[in-house]
Design a protein around this ligand. Sequence first.
Ligand code: DGT
Ligand code: CA
Ligand code: CA
Ligand code: ZN
Length: 506
Amino acid sequence: MKKSVPVNILELISIEGVGPRTVKTLWEKLKVKSMDDLERAAKAGKIARLQHFGRRSEEKILKSIEFRKRSGKRSLLGFVLPEVKRFEAAIKRFPEVERLVVAGSIRRWKETIGDIDILAVSKKPEKVMERFIKLPAVAHVYGTGPTKTNVRLKSGIDADIRVVPEESWGAALNYFTGSKQHNIALRELAIKKGWKLNEYGLFSAKGGSASGGKGKMLAGKTEQDLYKALGLSYIEPEMREMTGEIEAAFREAKGVRPGLPKLVGYDDLKGDLQVQTSWTDGAASIERMADAAEEAGLEYIAITDHTKSLAMTGGLDEKGLAKQAKEIDAINEKRKRRGKKVVILKGAEVNIGKDGSLDIANDALAKLDVVGAAVHSHFGLSRAEQTRRIIRAMENPHVDIIFHLTGRLINTRDPIDLDIDEIVRAAKRTGTVLEIDAFPDRLDIKDEHVRKCVEAGVLMSIDSDAHAPEQFSVLKFGIATARRGWASEADIINTLPLKRMLETLK
Ligand code: DGT
Ligand code: CA
Ligand code: CA
Ligand code: ZN
């Protein structure tokens, strides 16, 4: 099949606006095999002349290709983490490895990552390197030495491994976790005290090192003792981005407010307020999604299928929502009898029109437990128009949450243009929750926006946007985004138990 149709389908459909049917037409009519072919055809005006295409779709395709090239090669953390975990587990099984952590941007839970930085403790580093380069996942060895090796994996991602001595573990972990800017600030703090900080430890005199230099080792066996010796409270990896965490950690250590936030924890969510089912574009029934949520340790979920103006998803109208409500009542009854814990809430992901109007009547919205509203079209409006549109939706007394506020798809689609500060003020004024959509290519709102909400006292939800039972596993990326935005448990509405969560909604 591949020989008779030599088309790079995955590459082509990764371009926004190009689906399998378009790929077929482009191949049949223009022999387009790759992104480069497509770009050439579009620039020559050949796409516009095809039936059902036209100049606008040609321009859209060119814009998407340009975006793809611009966004480069950083990988989405959520898409590569399963592979990273498998790789990590394989190395942990080496008998010579005593300790192992994946550091770098992965430990800081950045939304995209450049490479995998692995740090290990071993008394036989050469043996570790020998086994490491023989792992089946390794495609190419850039370089290997007694304590450091760089490779490329078969998936195309680069990985580094470094072996450090046990007594330097904390200093090395801190150094290789970064960020680089955070490290530099810590090193400057040390220098101010007349000390030296490097990946081997914190030393009392310049020129010291664990392996024989002058100066006494002051700290560095653990990260905790390192921060403490520098006069700081411990800073979580997600906050190490040089956005004020050093100052906050100083204040915390001295008992001055505001200190460091106590970040929302990875086990703190009690519910999920955005879940799709096979009533629209999800893959599974309401009941299966509830069972999966139960397995994921949740206590409640809101079913939020799309509404009627998203025709391609089979969006529900008022009648459809009423029918679904009856089914939810019946399923809740049945689950209760069987002693199941997860309560299913009635909701919707209501579509916001160009002017901020909603496609479901208010009396139908009033019957739902949770109303989410979201933008799915008109991504190109001006900042003023987009901002006004969202604020109008927030002003609807039934709209509890704005789902994936900016509509961005990381590496694929830019966010809509918004005045975020004005949106945050409007959310505060109207009591509307802003969602952190946890889907790995959304993470929307992003960490910076979370920080603004925390400062303004605007509540957020962390939702999976699950379209299939296994997708509750993405919630951790939303929690990480909240932590990167300095959010505490009290900032996240779905850390509340069901009754209090419902009372807190608008
Ligand atoms: P990435 O891989 O682009 O997503 O970002 P990181 O943060 O993982 O950076 P990477 O892989 O270049 O380096 C890993 C860590 O090593 C980084 O977070 C901090 C530390 N590091 C790297 N280069 C420097 C440097 O020039 N100075 C200092 N102080 N630390 C560095
Ligand atoms: Ca890295
Ligand atoms: Ca690296
Ligand atoms: Zn959907």
